[in-house]
Design a protein around this ligand. Structure first.
Ligand code: SF4
Length: 972
């Protein structure tokens, strides 16, 4: 932890909330939360010693004093990826959950939450949530459902999976996850089943940014140390909605209060930009040019960290590949690097970005003064918007390296240094399968699964799915080209059985065969760890009523006993399903779901986590013992444990002598010094990439861990890009976006649409069931600069038709100076709809009709009405005053996969015109035949190839569910 004391305005009572004025506080001033040093702000929370019995007076009974006794049970939030700590107030009388607040013991969130954390209580109590397993009756999407028992649903699903495994149809089983919210568990059941069926949402989210960073060091995300930074450089909206929103936001403000300069690069005036010392609003897609101009300035003025670059850049390879005639010295490298980037002048960047050149120069000079304390982040935004957007992340990392800010206090580390993933007992080994529905040949270097193309691959008969799990995932609404998803999901020949694992209705669940209710963050177990700062922690999500019941002497065998209705938790679901797939153990699946303490019997969640906490979390047994607890009791008490603090420069971690003993150093030029231990797995194959690598020996004789690239260095020249057919992009560079200014004809009505910005108070699908959040955010304006509005003769409130490559939608204009000219923006959270009255959250969605006015390929969505009050057990549902469900713009976007990273390039070239006669707000029309053409146009940009040795994919690139090495090679 840092020593910085947060100095935010005190919005919490400064005494124990259960204490009346004049009464004595029960807080123990001497108590220090685990993982925390003593901070004044901890007095804002009930002391841990009171958590089993905390008394508060009923606010509604005021001025009478009516006490209520609560048990405070920690868990973690599931409403974005940050997994902030939560503390649930469970009423000891009736076991109802009264409210949810922050958990002060959590080292990432430190007791604080955004609005979405406390709103978890709405999701739990929502009258619209799904409480029982449902089975489809009638045709898919027809709205017919019947209640089914868990046993019947599980038996059916298990029988189909078992049959697929027995018939060697492993690739027909797929698990497609939206918000994972956990680390390490999905790998267990998929590897145990032997299927390569892991699919994610990452290529609509972050695969562009991940790719740009991975090219440098093999890690795929940054972990900025904002609180100690001198300069904070953000290319997304981290104070309001960016990655690790609340944990980062509080540290950014600490950094600012300590004097850091905040720079924001965003075409839209976000809340973050409003706090910036310097805001640049560039033409979308020009961000890499700006960063390269900074790099060129640093090189030209030699304000670079030469010792760092000499030791950690693979500069010999850079020279050998690009300047083979030059003597290979570091000094020559620096000279050549400077010359190679000299063309990226401030003037060039200013012209690309269409911002004043003085702003670029000022930014470059500011960065040059950062004293190794440049903390930076780019997530979604430019990397997720543009063809070649991954170069933005790569160029940002270039600037970080040049300034010597990688892994330093106040700098930026790779995520893996600040993340900790323990696995459970007897982890199943990797399999040897390769599913080309998710890892197709056309995208050999894609960061993640090519999930946006699944409907098109199914339409081309590249495969079919026997069992498809969608899990906290709503592609019909969240993804581009949603009508193609709807078509695929409706086709029982393509998708044999669709099982939606979800806490609430969604546009995708409407097309499922089973809808199985899964718990919210107060109703399930998970472990997870995220890079919120320069430390490491392991969070423990838990079903709070179950924990309270057990503490009060009521044993619980199954989380369904403690949850509302028949809502379950996924871990117990997967344990049970896996046993049913392999009831006698003959498939070799069941053994991975047996108790480590009771051989041959089904593992319980208590046993699973007990084993992890006792065996896989360094320091936890000792911390627990110091408080007289078992490790599991400790985690149930605090909901988190800190496993590392003040973590910096892990690249310089010495390779242990024991590991060095059997290691040999490579002598090949590009991997010189890489230390390897013999690898036995598939040893007939060539040693490529990181195979067996444990570190690198430097010229000075030291042996350190280094990076995860084939060279164990930071690769300023990427041999991988060369070997996989892209030598022209082997170094950091600038790729003009598909929406570069030269492609946009403003006079003809073109604009760039930014459809990706988030609202800080909404969650993708699940905020539909959070009434507090819908009351805060319930309108969907199209941001339009006044110059563009004037050119089009538009005013706030006017309806416009925005045409894309595959269709159009109708939105309502908001004229503002908060967005740069030439660009319009529509937040990606709204436009929720339902086909049938009972299938969706009425807090947020409108009923729609979907018709086919021009043949079966054409789709037209029109709202029958807006959001309206409704009758329910919650009297607030009658008080709904808002009406706007928004515009489902994603339906009108064709798939635009970046040819390298596979990231969907979200930014759209649109043509804007006044709404036509008969157009209505929220209308969407799409030609899915055209969307197939767009798919083929973008597919044609790829270079289908294999790498050295016939490899399908570079080994060092991350891959969820990584198979054994031989699966990487295409069979001759
Ligand atoms: S930032 Fe907000 S939504 Fe995200 S985990 Fe924290 S409290 Fe939950």
């Amino acid at each position: 932890m840092t020593d910085t004391v947060p100095t935010r305005p005190n919005t919490q009572p400064t005494t124990d909330p259960g204490v009346q004025p004049g009464e004595e506080s029960s807080a123990q001033p001497g108590h220090v939360m685990p993982g925390e040093r003593r901070h004044e702000h901890l007095r804002n929370y009930p002391p841990v010693s009171d958590w089993d019995h905390h008394v508060e007076h009923d606010a509604k009974a005021h001025p009478r004093k009516v006490p209520h006794s609560y048990m405070l049970i920690p868990t973690t939030c599931f409403n974005c990826e940050s997994a902030c700590g939560l503390l649930a107030y469970v009423d000891k009388e009736d076991l109802s959950i009264k409210k949810v607040e922050g958990n002060p013991a959590h080292p990432g969130s430190r007791g604080r939450n955004c609005a979405k954390g406390p709103a978890t209580i709405n999701q739990v109590n929502d009258p619209e949530r799904i409480l029982y397993p449902l089975r489809r009756t009638g045709e898919r999407g027809g709205g017919g459902w019947e209640r089914v028992s868990w046993d019947d649903a599980l038996d059916d699903i298990a029988a189909r999976i078992r049959k697929a495994l027995l018939e060697d149809r492993h690739d027909e089983v797929m698990y497609h996850v939206g918000r994972p919210g956990e680390d390490g568990f999905a790998e267990r059941f998929l590897q145990a089943w032997g299927v390569d069926g892991h699919n994610t949402h990452t290529n609509v989210c972050s695969s562009g940014a991940r790719f740009g960073m991975t090219l440098w060091g093999g890690f795929d995300r940054p972990s900025p140390d904002h609180a100690k930074a001198k300069v904070i450089l953000l290319l997304s909206s981290h104070l309001e909605t960016g990655h690790y929103f609340n944990p980062h936001a509080q540290r950014i403000m600490e950094g600012k209060q300590a004097g850091a300069q905040l720079v924001v690069i965003d075409p839209r005036m976000s809340n973050t930009a409003s706090h910036a010392d310097l805001w640049l609003a560039p033409w979308p897609g020009s961000e890499a040019a700006i960063l390269l101009a900074i790099a060129a300035h640093l090189l030209a003025t030699r304000q670079v960290d030469e010792p760092y670059l000499r030791r950690w850049f693979n500069w010999e390879t850079y020279l050998a590949e690009l300047h083979p005639d030059v003597e290979p010295t570091f000094e020559n490298f620096l000279d050549r690097l400077e010359a190679d980037y000299a063309g990226y002048t401030a003037e060039f960047a200013a012209a690309e970005a269409q911002v004043p050149v003085e702003r670029i120069t000022a930014l470059a000079e500011l960065v040059a003064q950062c004293d190794h304390r440049l903390s930076a982040h780019v997530w979604r935004s430019a990397c997720a918007g543009n063809e070649g957007g991954w170069q933005v992340a790569r160029c940002l990392w270039f600037v970080l390296a040049l300034t010597g800010s990688i892994g330093t206090p106040g700098g930026t580390s790779p995520n893996g240094w600040d993340k900790f993933i323990p696995h459970g007992p007897d982890m199943p080994p990797p399999h040897d399968r390769w599913n080309e529905l998710t890892w197709p040949r056309e995208y050999p270097i894609s960061t993640n699964e090519m999930s946006i193309l699944l409907p098109h691959f199914l339409a081309e008969d590249r495969g079919r799915l026997e069992v498809y799990f969608s899990r906290v995932f709503n592609p019909v609404w969240t993804y581009p080209d949603g009508f193609s998803w709807m078509k695929a999901m409706s086709d029982t020949a393509k998708v044999g059985l669709h099982v939606a694992l979800t806490p609430n209705w969604s546009e995708t669940a409407e097309f499922a065969d089973y809808v199985l209710p899964m718990g919210h963050s107060l109703e399930r177990h998970d472990t997870h760890s995220y890079e919120t700062h320069a430390g490491r922690w392991l969070g423990f999500r838990q079903p709070v009523r179950r924990v309270a019941m057990e503490k009060m002497g009521h044993p619980v065998d199954d989380t369904r006993e403690a949850n509302p209705g028949e809502v379950w938790e996924e871990n117990e679901f997967w344990f049970d399903l896996s046993w049913r797939i392999d009831p006698d153990g003959s498939l070799g699946v069941r053994r991975y779901f047996e108790s480590p303490y009771r051989p041959g019997e089904k593992v319980t969640v208590d046993e699973y986590y007990r084993w992890i906490f006792e065996n896989r979390v360094p320091g936890l047994p000792e911390k627990a013992s110091a408080e007289g607890m078992t490790p599991l009791e400790y985690m149930r008490r605090y909901g988190v444990v800190e496993v590392g603090d003040e973590i910096y420069r892990q690249d310089e971690r010495a390779v242990p002598d024991a590991d060095l003993a059997g290691a040999e150093a490579d002598t090949a030029a590009e991997t010189r010094g890489v230390l390897r231990t013999p690898t036995t797995e598939d040893s007939a194959g060539p040693l490529i990439g990181e195979a067996g690598a444990i570190g690198v020996r430097h010229d000075d004789g030291t042996a350190t861990a280094g990076w995860l690239t084939p060279s164990r260095k930071l690769e300023v020249y990427s041999p991988m890009m060369r070997d996989w057919g892209w030598p022209e992009h082997a170094t950091p560079g600038y790729i003009r976006s598909h929406v570069a200014a030269k492609n946009i004809d403003l006079a003809a009505g073109d604009l760039v649409l930014v459809p990706t910005f988030r609202l800080p108070t909404l969650i993708h699908t699940r905020s539909g069931n959070a009434k507090y959040l819908n009351e805060i955010s319930n309108s969907h304006p199209l941001w339009l600069n006044s110059r563009d509005a004037e050119r089009h003769g538009l005013a706030t409130g006017d309806l416009v038709r925005l045409s894309t490559a595959i269709g159009y939608f109708v939105a309502r204009v908001w004229v503002t100076e908060g967005i740069r000219p030439g660009v319009c923006a529509l937040s990606h959270h709204m436009g929720r709809w339902r086909l049938h009255d009972a299938e969706g959250s009425r807090w947020v969605s409108g009923l729609v009709d979907i018709t086919h006015p021009d043949g079966e390929d054409s789709f037209f969505l029109r709202y029958r009405g807006g959001v309206e009050p409704f009758e329910s057990d919650d009297p607030d549902s009658k008080r709904i005053w808002w009406t706007d469900p928004g515009v489902h713009q994603n339906l009108a976007f064709g798939v635009q996969p970046d040819p390298w990273s596979g990231m969907h390039c979200w930014l759209q070239k649109v043509r804007m015109e006044r709404a036509h006669a008969g157009d209505r707000y929220g209308d969407v029309w799409v030609d899915t035949a055209r969307s197939r053409e767009v798919y083929r146009e973008w597919l044609a940009k790829t270079r289908r190839t294999t790498g050295p040795g016939g490899m399908r994919r570079p080994e060092f690139l991350m891959r969820p569910l990584k198979p054994v090495r031989r699966a990487f090679r295409v069979e001759p």
